[in-house]
Design a protein around this ligand. Sequence first.
Ligand code: ASP
Length: 310
Amino acid sequence: MSTYAIAIHGGAGTINKDLITPKEQQDYKSALRAALQAGEDILKDGGSSLDAVQAAVMSLEDCPLFNAGRGAVFTHEGTHEMDAAIMEGKGLNAGAVSGVSNIKNPVQLARTIMDHSGSVLLAGEGANEFARKMNITFEEDAYFFSQYRYDQLMKIRDTDMVKLDHSVSDAPKKFGTVGAVALDINGNLAASTSTGGLTNKRFGRIGDTPIIGAGTYANNKTCAISCTGVGEFYIRAVVGHDISCLMEYKGLSLEQACHELVQVKLIELGGEGGLIAIDSKGNISMPFNSEGMYRGMKKAGEDFVVEIYA
Ligand code: ASP
């Protein structure tokens, strides 16, 4: 029987219960639900998982609560450099973008790179030039400015620290990288992730998000994955592809493979974070080894699930 399902995340990290008001919790949950709805609207009409993950991530990119698109964190220089990726599991096609500025929806650019560039990953000024050529929407710097994010940078700019924006334990708000994974009624899987990266990042630093096989991966034979956490560890552990390989070559279930990466391998390396994953039967796994992860899922015929803590 054909079915569909979608899962999303809005970042993992030290999300301290005492520092988030009930109203703020509600705002996060509403934004997560709206993103699930945007994806489900496509899936229930027979649309593709690729379109669904793009729609869900665009919804989260447009929401200033999350560290992607409009809510992207500041670099050391006080700019925004965003990364995003999208992948489909049938033909293993992928598109990704890194270090772009002023792009309203980096995931839309990643999709356009996949569909029209002949390349997989475009970076920096070249990616911006391709975006202009393809009539991608740009926004002024003011669109990406928030006083809260600016204050986050000011607190650590004169240090060598970089921070997961949702792990600032003395701050009243937590935000995060966003992602979506989905299965459509034709049995196709897709994954997408979008981020501003880490507050105070320098020197063209790139995280796991746009690295296919690390922060984002999809393969119809196994699963679709979108990660959130300190990207360096996710790149070194090649998290997305490793989960897929554990399933394909070792016969592990989605749940077992995700557990192995998030609760064993990443912890051994010292990597904090989580991920969302879906397999070709519509099973969903959303493990994290941090205090919380903004996350949600919607399966055909079932209720919306939206959660923050364990
Ligand atoms: N994984 C992202 C990065 O390292 C950060 C995050 O998940 O918030 O760029």
